[in-house]
Each structure stands twice: as structure tokens, then as C-alpha cells.
Design a protein around this ligand. Structure first.
Ligand code: GLC
Length: 818
């Protein structure tokens, strides 16, 4: 092996990062011998077992698994013995590649699918990936390596890739940094990060998946390892990208592009997508720590109806409980929860309650007693219970990595479901412990039979908690979709819950940061995400709150939340003109609900993210690598939020193609930066030409009105554009049995005509009969409308910008002719 490889600069850098426990054990002053890094040697053998190829250097083995044409997994076993296959992120590894092969030549082995080659260099075990044109997309800078540690019987495992000069990096889920991660180093260790700051790290979630973009070609690396991990994107050495974990197995998926969007979709093919949420959960949610007693809850909900501001979700934070004991009610504040929830529901409010993991140590408390008797709480290595202080005081914590505990926990929701609770908010599940931060490393976890310490289970604890919550609610709500939200998570958490970005601050900086965090979460496999609108701690003024509502209108999850020591924070709390503007935007949220819901379907079914940073749309434009201030909502609506006080205009980049300014319907050629006025009443918002945007009437809550007609906004285009429109019952799992309606529109026009075609899939028929067509941007005066061969005479061209007519929702082809 090359000397440079044996003693890379990187080795020193790694040592800086090892945790204190480990550092101490290896302190040369104490006479313990320093740990040596071991590198893969020369390949001596290869063995194939179906889609798996095992390469060995006489001691260590590397497994290369062909997962699909575009995904290859690599695993390292330092002494030849692989760990059992088990992953919370990838519950089932679906192998879809049917054609693959192994070639050998003088220098290398090559495992190939139709799309990707994985090259294993015989001499030094360097691995690289190339596409079918032999273009190298990813290569090892040094062979995979590890440090053995007899003290805790595991390895630190390392992978190091070559980093190119203009390579950009995205993903990692929950980082408070610029969208492009290049030049920084990040740790993954779920952390309660109250009032976090720019570049503070780590935060609440661990998503060890990144996307690389180099010379317009993307690939992804998903390091499925739950231990504390580190990613270094050319921070210490600008020629290298490294990742390492403080235990477990080095296991990563190489996910081929070439488009970033392909990588995101393929990541979802491994880790799953978000189930369809109940439609109401896409409405506006109002939260505070805490609304109590009942009279306060009622005055807030009445405030929404009186002010005619739509709202679907009302939250009860920890004060609804008796001494913060989960699954209890404070009867002084809430004497008859069932009655209250029922009456709120009659007024269109869904009640969401918080549930934390800490269970108060109290033998008079049934949940504690049962958990104790059945040994469901986490224990230390010496078998004593793990105890820590959180809101209820002295607590023990269920081991959610035990399937039996998850079932028990899920069943605990029966009374809450019976009382009418529609959603559950899981918090403090990093897990957070006052003072200590989190559990000690030696806490034991059942880990679905693959037992381990907290070092292995920490990052999945929150995900398994919300999984238990979701599965329990799903069972008890019968065929109704539960709504769940979690603070902590690991890759795959999207199968069970939405997330919010945690305890942010009421500042312009945090508005900006939250906006980037949501884009990052979206491209990291977490589609249903939002920030605490207005900022959790501190006081926003009316302008900041309104700008945040405007961003929130286009956040997949829209909830205002604030800490208990702040002033009132409802959409009408700041007076005029803010109330009217907040109302207008929340109404816009409700008008666009069918569009958002359709976008959610595109996520659920096909793995598209809901928010899409510009670079995800146009990765070939180099400047887009640094564009993080705008995004598209779905692929049809471009949003550029206002992120500074007093801003009267801002520069917006419109990707190539043609766009309509949503507010004045003017058509603008994309591929350029433009300056857009930003009075408080609007934010820059553009609709892609050719889009079909379905629109519902404004409702005060989902289901308030029967939808008797859907407005179909069609934006003229002189090139072909496809759109989706998804509908179903909005609250059941019938869509899993194909009871849904997925409509596809194709819009195309020329100087004298516009054609709209519709095709349908699925077994659901909405109750309304007609679409109200609203055609925007026709470049000619229409003389005729022909729908499915029939001539329509009743149309309205009164407005300047649009052209309207009504026709049955079942049309197949409409032509508007000059
Ligand atoms: C945590 C949560 C916050 C919640 C508070 C009280 O700080 O992040 O959203 O309001 O706990 O439950």
C-alpha cells in the first residue's frame, strides 16, 4: 500500500473528532497504546452469491450488493464477519436488478448493472463508481478503514472519497447551514438544540444521506449507520469528503443520478415515502405552549372563526396533562376533554396533543406501574433503570426499540383516540434529558432483537417512538389516517411522521435559516416539514410574523407555535394591516390545497420532494449551486420569500422556461434574474407556463363546504407541460386499494390554439360534476371552444387576463381556438 495512504493527513483530523470517552482511553500519557488505523489491503479473493459479491484481502471482507440498476450497497467487515442485516431505515431491501455481471481484468474487478459499474482495484482495494459511459462519478481517496477498540469491542469505521474542485454537497437532513454543505464538517447525534444558531451542530435529527453534484452529474451516498457519525465535506482537506461512524458497520449505498431528483427518488425507494396525510393536516395549525384551560382553547378557536381566518388544527402542549404525566388529563383545566374535543370538532378543529417519552416515576400512575412491571423502561448496563429529569420531574423512559414496548405504547392511545384526539405530537425524543443532555452511552436497548447500547440506539430512539405512536393510532383509528409529528428522527422517519425544525427564534435570521432547513429536509427524504411560524422563543413584530406566515403558506406543514413566556401569537394578534394579509395568505393555502395534496401524492407514490430547491430543478446551471433563497413548491409554483425587514424588492432567478407572475399574470421568460417588488401584501410567486393548478374555494376548515365545483387554472404555454391532480376521500386508507383519482393533464398551445387533455386513473369519483376552467395568458382572442368534439358557446372573456368556462370534470380533450 502507498505510504501516503498509510499516513494520510486525514488520520490526524479524525483523532480530533473521537469522542471524549474514547480519547481518554487512548491517552498516551496514561500509557495506553495509540490506536492504529487499519486499511483494506490487496484483494485476494472474490466470491459471488447471487446479487452479492464478496471481496477479501485475506482478513477483511467487502460485500458489494447490487440492489437495483442504479443502487449498489457496499459493506465492510474488518475481520470478515458481517453483522446481521437489520436496518430501521431500510425495512426491506427490495432487490430489483435482474441483469448484473462480474468482470475481472489485470487491475480490477468490476460489478456492473445496466447503468452503473462498481470498480474494485485489486492492488489497493480502492472502490469507484462509473456510469455506462465509463464516466467516474465517485471514487475512494483512500481505501475503507477502521480503528479497533477493545475497550468497547467495536470499530470506528471510515470512508473517504475524492472531492472535486467544484463539487457541491446537499442533504444530511437537519443542518443549520447553507444549502450547499461544502467546506463544513457535521456530526449526527440527535440533540435538543433550544434556540439553535447558524451552523450549530448537531441538531435534532440524523439523516446520514448526502447528494453530490459535480460537473452537472449527481450521485448520492447513504451511510446507513445509526451510531454517532461525522461527515466532512472538504472541510479539513479540500480534496476529500469523508464520513465515519463511532461504531457499527461501514455500510453505504451508492445511489446513481445523474439527476439530483433521481437520487432523491431512489433514496425514497430504499427508505420509503410519507403516507398520504389526512387532508386537514395540510391546512393551518395553531399551537402554543400552552393553550389552557379549556376556556383559553375555546377563545383561540373562536378567534379564528370570528376573524374568518381558516384553521384546522389546535394543539394542546404539556399543560393539558396531570403533572405532565403522559396519557392523563389535568381535570382542573380540562374537566371534560371528550366533550371539548367533540365541540371543537363540530366547529372544524382537530385536536392534536403532545406526548413526550419521559414517564414520571410514580407508583400511583398506571402507565409507570405497568411499564415497570413489564420491564419496558430502558436500563443501564448494571440493570438499574435509566432515570433522568424532564418536564414531569424524575422519569424513566420506554425502550421504543423493543417491538413489544412499541405495541404497548401504541395501545396507550386508546382513550385519547376514544376522546376524539386526531393527531399526536412527539417531542423531547432525541431523547432529551435535563442537565445530562441525553441518556448515558451504557443504556441498553433491545433494538428489535439486535441488542445494543445507547451508542447504537440513540439516533433511532425518536423515530421508534413516533413509529410506536403512529402504528398505535393507525390501529385504533381503524381506517382513518392519523396525523403525527416528531422532533427527532432518523432516515426513514418519513414513513411515520411529519417533523418541525424545533425550538427556533423569532428573528429574521431564523426565518432565513428555517427556509433553508425546510429545503434541505425536503431533499433529504423528509417531505412533510415546517418551522414554528413566528419563532418559538422571542417576540416577532407584525412584519416578521406576516413574512413568516407567507413562507409558511408554502411550507408542507404550516403551524404557528410559540413558547409560553411570549405575547399572544395568533394571526390576528398584530392588528392591521397584518391580520388582513395573514388571512389572505392562509386563504391562499386553502385555495391551493388540492395542488398541495396532489404534490403530496407525487411524493407518496413516486418519491418526489414537495419543496424543491432551484438546484434540484436545474443542476446544470452552476450558479444554482449557491441559490438557496427560493424554491419551487411542487414543480409548478416558484416561491421567493421575503427574508429581510423593510424589503421593498428582491431579485428572483426564474429557471429556464416561461413563468407567470401569480399576482399580475404577466408572462416572463425564465433563465434570468429579475427584480420583483415585495410590498408586504405579496411575496414573489410565479407559476410555470403550461401548469394546471386545481383550486378549491376558501373554507374555514377542510370539509366546511361541500366542493361543488373545482376551479382548474390553466396557464397557457406554447410547449407541452404535464400536471397531476389527485383526489380521494382525504381521510381513509382506501387509496391503498386504488380508491383514488389521479388525473393527468397535458397542456400545449401555439399561436392560434390551446389544447388541454385529461386522462384518469383510479377508482374514486368526486361528488362534484364540473370544473370551472380559468385559462390564463391566452395570446389570442378565443373564438371557439371544442370539448370532446362538442362546440361550447357559453364562455366568458370579461377579465383581461383570463378566460372562463364550465364543463364536466370528465372531459378528455378541450381545444380553445382563435
Ligand atoms: C420543547 C418543544 C416545544 C414545546 C416545549 C414544551 O421545547 O420543542 O415545541 O412547546 O418543549 O412542550
Amino acid at each position: 500500500m502507498d505510504d501516503n495512504i498509510l499516513d494520510p493527513e486525514l488520520t490526524d483530523n479524525h483523532d480530533v473528532e473521537v469522542d471524549e470517552e474514547f480519547h481518554h482511553l487512548n491517552n498516551p500519557v496514561l500509557g495506553i497504546k495509540p490506536i492504529e488505523k487499519k486499511y483494506l489491503g490487496t484483494v485476494t479473493e472474490v466470491v459471488q452469491d447471487k446479487n452479492k459479491f464478496f471481496f477479501s484481502d485475506n482478513d477483511a471482507r467487502v460485500e458489494v450488493t447490487v440492489v437495483s440498476d442504479e443502487i449498489i450497497r457496499v459493506r465492510l467487515a474488518p475481520h470478515g464477519v458481517f453483522l446481521d442485516e437489520f436496518s430501521y431505515a431500510v425495512p426491506e431491501l427490495k432487490v430489483t436488478a435482474s441483469v448484473f455481471s462480474l468482470h475481472e481484468d489485470e487491475n480490477e474487478y468490476r460489478v456492473s448493472t445496466n447503468t452503473v459499474n462498481c470498480h474494485i482495484n485489486k492492488q489497493d482495494f480502492l472502490i469507484h463508481f462509473s456510469d455506462s459511459q465509463e464516466h467516474v462519478t465517485s471514487s475512494d481517496a483512500v481505501p475503507m478503514h477502521w480503528e479497533e477498540n477493545t475497550q468497547f469491542g467495536g470499530y470506528y469505521v471510515f470512508g473517504t472519497k475524492v472531492c472535486h474542485q467544484d463539487e457541491a454537497f446537499y442533504g444530511l437532513g437537519d443542518k443549520a447551514s447553507n444549502l450547499n454543505l461544502r467546506g463544513r464538517r457535521f456530526r449526527n447525534w440527535n440533540t435538543d438544540a433550544y434556540s439553535f444558531a447558524w451552523n450549530q451542530d448537531p441538531l435534532y435529527r440524523t439523516i446520514p444521506f448526502y447528494i453530490s453534484l459535480n460537473e452537472g452529474i449527481a450521485h448520492g451516498i447513504f451511510v446507513d449507520n445509526t451510531f454517532r457519525s461525522t461527515f466532512d465535506f472538504a472541510a479539513e482537506d479540500f480534496t476529500k469528503t469523508s464520513f465515519w461512524a463511532d461504531g457499527g458497520e461501514l455500510q453505504y449505498y451508492y445511489i446513481h443520478g445523474p439527476h439530483m431528483m433521481d437520487v432523491v427518488k431512489r433514496y425514497h425507494s430504499l427508505t420509503g415515502t410519507h403516507p398520504m396525510p389526512p387532508l386537514w393536516a395540510l391546512g393551518y395549525h395553531q399551537c402554543r405552549w400552552s393553550y389552557y384551560p379549556e376556556s383559553k382553547v375555546r377563545s383561540v378557536t373562536r378567534g379564528f372563526r370570528d376573524n374568518k381566518i381558516p384553521c384546522d388544527g389546535i394543539y394542546l402542549d404539556i399543560d393539558y396533562m396531570d403533572g405532565y404525566r403522559c396519557f392523563t388529563w389535568n381535570r382542573k383545566y380540562f374537566p371534560d376533554p371528550k366533550k371539548m374535543i367533540k365541540e371543537l370538532a363540530a366547529d372544524g378543529f382537530k385536536t392534536v396533543i403532545i406526548i413526550d417519552p419521559g414517564i414520571r416515576v410514580d407508583d400511583n400512575y398506571a402507565v409507570f406501574r405497568e411499564g415497570k412491571e413489564k420491564k419496558y423502561f430502558c436500563r443501564r448496563c448494571d440493570d438499574y433503570f435509566m432515570e433522568g429529569h424532564v418536564w414531569p420531574g424524575r422519569c424513566q423512559f420506554p425502550d421504543f426499540t423493543n417491538p413489544e414496548v412499541r405495541r404497548w405504547w401504541g395501545d396507550l392511545f386508546d382513550e385519547l383516540v376514544e376522546a376524539g384526539v386526531a393527531g399526536v405530537w412527539n417531542d423531547m425524543n432525541e431523547p432529551a434529558v435535563f442537565g445530562a443532555g441525553t441518556f448515558p452511552d451504557d443504556v441498553r436497548h433491545q433494538y428489535d432483537g439486535y441488542r445494543g447500547s445507547h451508542r447504537k440506539a440513540h439516533n433511532v430512539y425518536g423515530m421508534q417512538m413516533v413509529r410506536a405512536t403512529y402504528e398505535g393510532l393507525r390501529k385504533q383509528m381503524k381506517n382513518k389516517r392519523p396525523f403525527t409529528i416528531t422532533r427527532a428522527g432518523y432516515s426513514g422517519v418519513q414513513r411515520y411522521a411529519s417533523v418541525w425544525t424545533g425550538d427556533n427564534v423569532a428573528s429574521w435570521e431564523h426565518l432565513h435559516l428555517g427556509h433553508i432547513q425546510l429545503q434541505r429536509l425536503s431533499m433529504s427524504g423528509i417531505p412533510f416539514c415546517g418551522t414554528d411560524i413566528g419563532g418559538f422563543s422571542g417576540e416577532p413584530d407584525g412584519e416578521l410574523f406576516t413574512r413568516w406566515i407567507q413562507l409558511g403558506t408554502f411550507s408542507p406543514f404550516m403551524r404557528a407555535h410559540s413558547a409560553g413566556d411570549t405575547k399572544e401569537r395568533e394571526p390576528w394578534s398584530f392588528g392591521e394591516p397584518y391580520t388582513a394579509i395573514n388571512r389572505k395568505f392562509i386563504e391562499l393555502r386553502y385555495r391551493l390545497l388540492p395542488y398541495l395534496y396532489s404534490t403530496f401524492w407525487e411524493h407518496h407514490r413516486y418519491g418526489f420532494p414537495i419543496l424543491r430547491p432551484v438546484v434540484l430543478q436545474e443542476q446544470d446551471v452552476l450558479n444554482n449551486q449557491a441559490r438557496q433563497d427560493e424554491f419551487t413548491y411542487g414543480d409548478k409554483i416558484l416561491i421567493c420569500p421575503v427574508l429581510e425587514p423593510g424589503q421593498t424588492q428582491r431579485i428572483v432567478y426564474l429557471p429556464k422556461g416561461k413563468w407567470y407572475n401569480f399576482w399580475d399574470k404577466k408572462l416572463i421568460e425564465g433563465g434570468n434574474e429579475i427584480t420583483v417588488p415585495t410590498p408586504l401584501e405579496t411575496i414573489p410567486m410565479f407559476i410555470k407556463a403550461g401548469s394546471v393548478i386545481p383550486e378549491y374555494p376558501v373554507q374555514q376548515y377542510v370539509g366546511e363546504k361541500e366542493i361543488t365545483e373545482v376551479k382548474i387554472n390553466i396557464y397557457y404555454s406554447d410547449y407541452e407541460v404535464n400536471s397531476f391532480f389527485f383526489e380521494d376521500y382525504g381521510e381513509t386508507f382506501a387509496y391503498e386499494q386504488d380508491i383514488y383519482s389521479e388525473k393527468k393533464f397535458i397542456v400545449n398551445g401555439d399561436a392560434a390554439s390551446l389544447t388541454i387533455e385529461q386522462s384518469m386513473e383510479g377508482l374514486y369519483t368526486p361528488r362534484y360534476e364540473n370544473y370551472a376552467f380559468n385559462i390564463v395568458g391566452l395570446p389570442f382572442k378565443p373564438a371557439k371552444v371544442i370539448i370532446d368534439g362538442k362546440m361550447l358557446t357559453d364562455f366568458d372573456q370579461s377579465g383581461d387576463a383570463s378566460f372562463k368556462f364550465i364543463f364536466t370534470k370528465n372531459f378528455k380533450k378541450a381545444e380553445i381556438l382563435k
